[in-house]
Design a protein around this ligand. Structure first.
Ligand SMILES: Cc1cc2nc3c(=O)[nH]c(=O)nc-3n(C[C@H](O)[C@H](O)[C@H](O)COP(=O)(O)OP(=O)(O)OC[C@H]3O[C@@H](n4cnc5c(N)ncnc54)[C@H](O)[C@@H]3O)c2cc1C
Length: 430
């Protein structure tokens, strides 16, 4: 697109949202074109900040007819490079869609705008004596739209399921400005294939999520207890799983040492071990009497500081993968044995065999990605467990997805976004 026609599109976009919500100055757009890890920095003609679904529709119509590509963005906490413009796309920041509707106690649900943070939904639910099933350390920035677009998991999947399980309905705007909406909040409906559920995990490539109807859960009686246990193997940690467990997380010694050193936290346990398992449980968990363990709610700080601590050590290559539960220890040993060049940190969500493999100061990122994902495939695992595909794993996603499924996905993309203006670098990009 020539700069003249680009200027004409920008001026049409300004007409829709107003001058104040079209950001073009480099210092104003800087925080929108760089991802949270610092691994990807792109560029954009403008960041547009719509304040209503009608504005999103009008903006997409303009971009669609000008064949101008768009990257939807929520809190920009995504870890696979999917939320930033890699090739000069317009950034559509949805954070101003921050309306929170009333709690519907009859349907145990509420409707919120896509830009509402997870932390705000949790707080709103808590005030009504309810809770939202998703929790993650990025809760104060990550948005409902972004977590639905990535089908985020987080720390309570073992008890509440992933984001898909919390979504009762959506409002979505397609590339051509068409609005699809189902926000009635009924928890059970048999109305044929559900086009809105297909938006869960679509990472901004099929449409823009503008609002969601979310399932809320009753609060359990009593405060849960939090226990940190030192273990020799992850298999040992899996034996602590039971119906009383609300969350079960793990991290290796390298993670704990980094958090202690860089966050100034005290040593939580007297002795050292290869792995630590953090359990949040409604009743005392099945931890043997002689285990090295400590009980304290503040122990979550160790687990929740890991991602930020590692980011402070350098630009990490982050891989979010999962392997079958009976292979977690084999995988942990094998990944530590790989020649990745730098320091490898392992942590994650134990009940799903979900490892976050973080490498700081390692070889070329592509080589690190290839070596770890090759190993995951060899362990019958999944190359993306909760962060999505983005650009980080697009190539591996195409290589490892069954051809018939890939063809189906291609047809869906072509039907909904034939000009490939919706987040073109994700899944299908180079
Ligand atoms: C400290 C830290 C801890 C984290 N812990 C976890 C964890 O435990 N579990 C986990 O799953 N993730 C975790 N993450 C990753 C991240 O928070 C999630 O991927 C989250 O879902 C991203 O939400 P966001 O609003 O920041 O989305 P963004 O980063 O802005 O976008 C992510 C993707 O969604 C698309 N998107 C965003 N909004 C919309 C919309 N309204 N409509 C359509 N597409 C949209 C974007 O185009 C992009 O492809 C963590 C990140 C950090 C920094």
């Amino acid at each position: 697109m020539t700069s003249r026609s680009e200027e004409a599109v920008l001026s049409a976009l300004r007409e829709v949202v107003g001058e104040a919500h079209v950001l073009v100055e480099p210092d104003m757009v800087a925080g929108y074109v760089r991802d949270w890890t610092g691994r990807w920095t792109g560029h954009t003609a403008a960041v547009i900040r719509p304040g209503s679904v009608e504005e999103v529709q009008a903006l997409l119509r303009i971009c669609h007819s000008a064949r101008m590509a768009v990257v939807p963005q929520g809190g920009n906490t995504g870890l696979v490079g999917g939320s930033v413009p890699h090739h000069g796309e317009i950034v559509l920041s949805l954070r101003r869609l921050d309306q929170i509707g009333p709690i519907d106690t009859g349907k145990l649900s509420l409707t919120v705008g896509a830009g509402v943070t997870i932390g705000s939904v949790q707080e709103h639910a808590r005030r009504a004596g309810l809770r939202y099933g998703i929790d993650l350390a990025s809760r104060d920035s990550a948005t409902i739209g972004g977590t639905i677009a990535t089908n985020a998991g987080g720390t309570h999947v073992v008890s509440n399921g992933d984001t898909r399980r919390q979504v009762l309905g959506l409002e979505v705007v397609l590339a051509d400005g068409t609005r699809l909406s189902r926000l009635d909040g009924m928890s059970k409906a048999s109305l044929g294939p559900d086009p809105l559920q297909m938006m869960v995990g679509s990472e901004g490539t099929l449409g823009v999520i503008t609002a969601a109807r979310l399932r809320l859960l009753p609060v359990e009686a009593g405060a849960p207890m939090v226990v940190l246990v030192a273990v020799e193997t992850l298999g040992e940690g899996l034996r602590f799983l039971g119906p009383e467990v609300r969350a079960i997380e793990f991290f290796d010694r390298a993670c704990l040492e980094a958090v202690i050193e860089h966050r100034g936290l005290p040593k939580p346990l007297s002795s050292e071990a290869p792995f630590y398992v953090l359990i949040e449980s409604l009743d005392p968990p099945r931890v043997p009497e002689d285990a090295v363990a400590v009980v304290d709610r503040t122990l979550w700080a160790y687990r929740e500081s890991i991602t930020e601590t590692i980011n402070g050590l350098g630009v990490p290559v982050k891989l979010d993968v999962a392997v079958p539960l009976d292979r977690v220890d084999g995988f942990a040993i094998a990944v530590k044995d790989l020649d990745l060049g730098g320091e490898t940190y392992l942590f994650g969500h134990l009940a799903e065999g979900n490892f976050h493999v973080n490498v700081v100061g390692g070889h070329d990122p592509e080589a690190v990605v290839d070596r770890v994902l090759e190993l995951v495939v060899g362990f019958d695992g999944v190359i993306a467990s909760e962060h999505g595909i983005g650009v980080a794993k697009a190539d591996w996603w195409r290589r490892t997805t069954e051809p018939a499924i890939l063809e189906f996905q291609r047809r869906v993309k072509e039907a909904l976004d034939p000009d490939r203006t919706m987040n073109p670098s994700v899944f299908w990009g180079d």
